[in-house]
Design a binder for this molecule. Structure first.
Ligand SMILES: Cc1ncc(COP(=O)(O)O)c(C=O)c1O
Length: 349
């Protein structure tokens, strides 16, 4: 790549090994359940999560939509964070496609809910009320600077769900980042959750794809939901081949991304005109602000980094001078040094 892209971990391109695996993948028609590479990926993903079965889907958004529409009937309610990706950034899909009502709770600084608020949100049986069906978590929590959400909290939620006959789903787009930061295998972290979506195409570096894991009967029904949403893919093994490398090889290297995020954050904190809350850098997201001291405004800052240094970084949507820089497969230690040098130069000019 002749540019550096810090906007997201979705931007990395497939590695040469992925491209080779894609070129030589053995394929079949996955709608008939006959693509051996997809079947292999689904089986390995299920095993890795200690769940009975898995389903390959096009994206994190589709994984969440398939999960929510499979778990909930129309008119039922899901307890979910106000700042959750499923609420803020998925085009209202749960309501538009599934007729599902979000009961949106405040998300605390550590990505958790107040457990009393969760208990209070659960409807008791009454002819007037919607039925609460599901509690949906997000881990890592994107709306809280990518913080890994603790297993203790996930287990507390599972306990509340069990006591009230509810189901649980995790939007685990970056669950491997959470598992890495918490030093807890994904199977253990999610052992008490009914279903989990995770993305192969973010920190794990695959070009396309996410996976939904859960019980056999749930995944069987989720396959029908995926078909209904137009997500039945045919020779999808060409994508799953890259997914296997993402799952097996890249899921174990995320500590490197987290260390690079720390290096970037500490470097930024030493540059006049930049403010970073280092305590919030816990996985691969680095949020920082341009202060009033900075010699440039935010649009000029990103325009110059792009034009003069081939560095892509833009203000976080909805914020004037807050940036999110995300480390990933292509952001090595040397690239971090290059970025810091470029930012120093741009701000000192
Ligand atoms: C927490 C979270 N969930 C879900 C998604 C959706 O993933 P996709 O872009 O693959 O639809 C994202 C995307 O960034 C995300 O950050």
């Amino acid at each position: 790549m002749d540019y550096i892209d810090l906007r997201s971990d979705t931007v990395s391109q497939p590695t040469p090994a992925m491209r080779e695996a894609m070129a030589s993948a053995v394929l079949g028609d996955d709608v008939y359940g006959e693509d051996p590479t997809v079947n292999e990926l689904e089986q390995q993903a299920a095993e890795r999560f200690g769940k009975e079965a898995a389903l390959f889907v096009t994206s994190g958004t589709m994984g969440n939509a398939v999960a929510l529409l499979t778990h909930c009937k129309r008119g039922e309610e899901v307890i979910v964070g106000k700042d959750a990706h499923t609420v803020r950034y998925e085009v209202g899909g749960m309501a538009a496609m599934g007729g599902i009502m979000p009961y949106a709770l405040p998300v605390q600084a550590d990505g958790t809910f107040n457990l009393d608020e969760v208990r209070a949100a659960i409807r008791f049986p009454n002819d007037h009320f919607p039925t609460t069906r599901l509690i949906c978590l997000e881990n890592t929590h994107g709306g809280r600077a990518g913080i890994p959400v603790s297993k203790a909290f996930m287990d507390d939620i599972a306990q509340i769900a069990r006591e009230n006959n509810l189901l649980t789903h995790v939007d685990g787009a970056r669950i491997f980042n959470a598992a890495t930061a918490l030093k807890t295998p994904v199977a253990e972290l999610c052992e008490n959750m009914d279903s989990v979506t995770f993305c192969l195409s973010k920190g794990l570096g695959a070009p396309v794809g996410s996976i939904l894991v859960g019980k056999k009967a749930f995944i069987k029904e989720a396959r029908r939901t995926r078909k209904m949403l137009g997500g039945g893919m045919r020779q999808a093994g060409i994508l799953a081949a890259a997914g296997l490398i993402a799952l097996n090889e890249h899921s174990t290297r995320l500590e490197q991304d987290h260390q690079n995020a720390q290096k970037l954050a500490h470097g930024l904190a030493n540059i006049p005109g930049i403010r970073v809350d280092l305590s919030k850098v816990t996985t691969n997201f680095v949020f920082f602000d341009l202060t009033d001291e900075a010699s440039l405004d935010a649009p000029t800052f990103s325009k110059r980094l792009n034009a003069e240094y081939n560095i892509r970084i833009s203000p976080y949507p909805g914020y004037k001078s807050t940036f999110r820089a995300v480390t990933h497969l292509w952001i090595t230690e040397q690239v971090v040094d290059q970025v810091l040098q470029a930012i120093r130069e741009v701000l000192s000019a």
